[in-house]
Design a protein around this ligand. Sequence first.
Ligand code: CTP
Ligand code: CA
Length: 222
Amino acid sequence: MSLAGLRVVVSAGPTYEDLDPVRFLGNRSSGKMGFAIAAAAARRGAETVLVAGPVHLPTPEGVARIDVRSAAQMHAVVLDALPADVYVGAAAVADFTPENIATSKIKKIPGEAALVLRLVRTPDILADVARDARRPRVVLGFAAETDDVAAYARGKLDAKRVDMIAANRVGQAGSGFESDDNALSVYWRRDDGTVGERTLGPAPKVALADALLDLVEERLPA
Ligand code: CTP
Ligand code: CA
């Protein structure tokens, strides 16, 4: 139950993708899960860096927090925080961002019934951490799904070459984004290529954070 001497980087919260000086595209992530993981890592003695999207949460004790806004900023700050022993990608990173940020407020055009926005893909922070030369020994991603949780989570394990995926079913009462409680299905790739699976919770996110870090510690070579 110790991460003493190790460096843990956690991303948390949503990202906001600006459309113009007054509008953005965001999501419902509260940041609570990632903040709980960072707090638990610091309690276990890790040098803990928390890269936080826009949230209203207090900085956990003993945690070095860096606030960011967009997916692009989060990508730059997380990669800058390497090398690390563990990366936990708990942020709900926007998959798409406006191709252009308008420098002035977007105005309605008289007679135009619709506005077409063109969005482009953001960098995949988790995949880039997993393929970096300074790759942490344990890379843990999250998967927020509304259906087929197990199949998608296993797919992400392979596609992003991460060590563990913690999947939660969003859009259900008592779990997911805004709640204090959650239930996670955790998947990890074993050395022999088979996939391990454990269900954690339903439980408060603070308790889940500790249970998740127990699993992370099992993956860390002594
Ligand atoms: N993630 C990331 N960078 C992105 C998008 C996602 O680092 N640009 C990370 C998230 O932090 C999470 C994991 O990827 O740890 C999975 O996020 P999720 O949205 O569930 O899956 P995606 O891979 O984005 O695929 P999709 O949304 O299409 O299901
Ligand atoms: Ca996504």
